[in-house]
Design a protein around this ligand. Structure first.
Ligand code: ADP
Ligand code: MG
Length: 565
């Protein structure tokens, strides 16, 4: 075939215009897109070769090479993957088969953020090359096709492209970017290309090779040699089988992704198959970050799709109350470069979030329920750092409320820390139905509260809640294993079966004989107190304040006042 000129499909023209104009501020992503195409092409070859090993020809080692020519101002991304026939080049690089083009363009045209991740969503990543190039030449030979039937595709990224038959010995594809003058300085530098590859494609499992540089003393600068070196890690840690990865490697990887200098408290690594297929490598840090309380802070989980990095902080993958979790999720189902908007709606993502939440809770449970003293200590340490965040889950994650309730730890009149609801229940007195709690600003204030007197006297344990979120938590946690949580600072506190007959009788008599006094007190306090009652809850103190059952507690009222509400 001699050189032929073809017009781009109308949509391609529009998209080219949009991509090159709206994504300029994110221009380096063209490398991610082209490297990811190269890697896809190798995956496809690997797949087709399952049935036809001859497709490997004499090159069974799949790889990507990135190199440049300073004089010609070209940057080339070369792979020895599946390659393209002339028809395929015309179809894949000249038309857009995918539906939804109009919506895609509306998004790019929209005034909101020009999300660079959008371009892959519609299978148009290739065109991002035109952000930095004023001409792209693609030379390709499909695996199994004779050398003299290779193809050259070339375009300036405006209205049309050219196709011609060429002779090409090597299988696979060269994408040659003729850089615009203003981009040439930036992208014809080894460190710039290398660091971009490290940023986006480090965990591509194929080797990405670049030419080595050495210091030339005469010229006084770095010069490019003819020797190739692998610039990515070439084996994503999470894709390796668990038994091949050492604890030290897991720890190193954690440090690399979290910027945390301390070792993580726990991690979990699994390949999940079924409705949604993905790999998860999740870590629980030992220390809370300084901005833990910022609920708008994005999560610490990186999203990969088939080993291609998609985005940091993919908050849709974890519930907000697990925002401290760090790690990687690599999906086999999501489209490459899904946008954040799409993530929010995706059913696959929902399945991933649910699965990952269960894993994290499982990780915490195995520390919390362990017989090993070290693990128990780790869980207490975790609780001190992140317990208050975990409590948010009681209101947010209905499906896991019971599991979360079991993970709660409190101070109580029995022990200063580490009391679980199950511990409490196991120590309940004969005839006791409710789990008694009191909220206060500090442990000392809680402990010296007069409302505790009767409970102390009767040896009934009371949980002492001093976290700011505890009031809120109580509004979502009404019971545990059939026992209501009851504030000792609210309502009448009916001790029910815990009181003996004599005590009940004495209380009734007291209520009767104090009636005139009560009436006088009610009258005197009528603007300030709803009611004045005789109580059995006090032992040493003459009086105490309580709020009506169902009303905001005094503690919460004080908190809100402090917050200026
Ligand atoms: P996507 O990768 O999402 O399909 P792209 O715009 O990145 O969208 O690429 C369009 C198509 O061009 C690919 O699906 C593939 O068929 C073809 N293609 C691009 N680069 C290569 C390559 N290096 N080798 C073989 N085919 C390629
Ligand atoms: Mg692509």
């Amino acid at each position: 075939m001699t050189k032929q000129t073809h017009a781009f499909q109308a949509e391609v023209k529009q998209i080219l215009h949009l991509v090159t104009h709206s994504l300029y501020s994110n221009k380096e992503i063209f490398l991610r897109e082209l490297v990811s195409n190269a890697s896809d092409a190798c995956d496809k070859l690997r797949f087709e070769a399952l049935d036809n090993a001859a497709l490997y020809e004499d090159q069974p080692n799949l790889e990507v090479r990135v190199f440049f020519d300073t004089a010609a101002k070209t940057l080339t991304i070369r792979d020895n993957g599946i390659g393209m026939s002339a028809d395929e080049a015309a179809a894949h690089l000249g038309t857009i088969a995918k539906s939804g083009t109009r919506e895609f363009m509306a998004k790019l045209e929209g005034e909101q953020k020009k999300d660079a991740n959008l371009i892959g969503q519609f299978g148009v990543g290739f065109y991002s090359g035109f952000i930095v190039a004023d001409r792209i030449t693609v030379e390709s030979r499909r695996a199994g096709v004779p050398a003299d039937q290779a193809v050259r595709w070339s375009s300036e990224g405006t209205g049309e492209y050219e196709l011609e038959t060429i002779t090409r010995a090597e299988r696979g594809t060269d994408v040659i970017l003729h850089l615009r003058d203003e981009e040439a300085d930036e992208f014809l530098k080894t460190w710039r290309v290398k660091s971009t590859i490290a940023k986006y494609s480090d965990h591509i499992s194929l080797p990405i090779l670049m030419k080595k540089e050495t210091w030339d003393a005469e010229k006084g600068e770095q010069v490019v040699t003819d020797e190739w070196e692998t610039v990515n890690k070439a084996a994503a840690l999470w894709t390796r089988s668990k038994s091949d990865v050492t604890d030290a490697e897991y720890q190193d990887f954690y440090k690399q992704i979290s910027y945390d200098s301390q070792a993580p408290l726990a991690y979990t690594h699994n390949r999940v198959e079924g409705r949604s297929e993905y790999t998860q490598l999740l870590y629980v840090p030992a220390k809370a970050p300084f901005d833990l309380w910022n609920r708008d802070k994005r999560g610490g989980v990186k999203l990969y799709v088939k080993r291609v990095f998609i985005m940091d902080d993919a908050e849709a993958l974890m519930p907000v109350y697990l925002r401290f979790v760090k790690g990687v999720i690599d999906s086999a189902d999501l489209p490459l470069n899904v946008s954040r908007e799409l993530l929010q709606e995706s059913r696959d993502v929902k399945a991933i979030r649910e699965g990952s939440t269960k894993r994290v809770l499982g990780m915490l449970e195995s520390l919390a329920d362990s017989d090993n003293a070290d693990d128990k200590a780790k869980y207490l340490a975790f609780w001190k750092e992140f317990g208050a965040v975990l409590k948010e889950g009681l209101g947010e994650d209905f499906a896991n409320r019971e599991r979360l309730a079991k993970l709660l730890r409190f101070a109580s009149t029995h022990a200063d820390e580490g009391v679980s609801l199950a511990d409490y229940v196991s120590r309940m007195k004969e005839g006791q139905d409710a789990i008694y709690v009191i909220t206060a600003d500090t442990l000392a204030a809680a402990k010296s509260s007069p409302q505790l007197e009767i409970f102390k006297k009767k040896g009934i344990e009371v949980l002492l809640l001093t976290d700011r979120v505890d009031e809120w938590m109580l509004s979502h946690l009404h019971e545990f294993e059939g026992h209501t949580l009851q504030s000792v600072a609210k309502g009448a506190v009916d001790l029910g079966k815990l009181q003996d007959e004599a005590e009940k009788k004495a209380a009734e008599e007291a209520a009767e004989s104090f009636k005139p006094t009560l009436d006088k007190l009610k009258e005197a306090l009528k603007d300030r107190a709803k009611d004045v009652r005789v109580t059995t809850r006090l032992v040493d103190s003459p009086a105490c304040l309580v709020v009506e059952e169902g009303d905001m507690s005094g503690h919460l009222a004080r908190l809100l006042k402090q917050a200026g509400q």
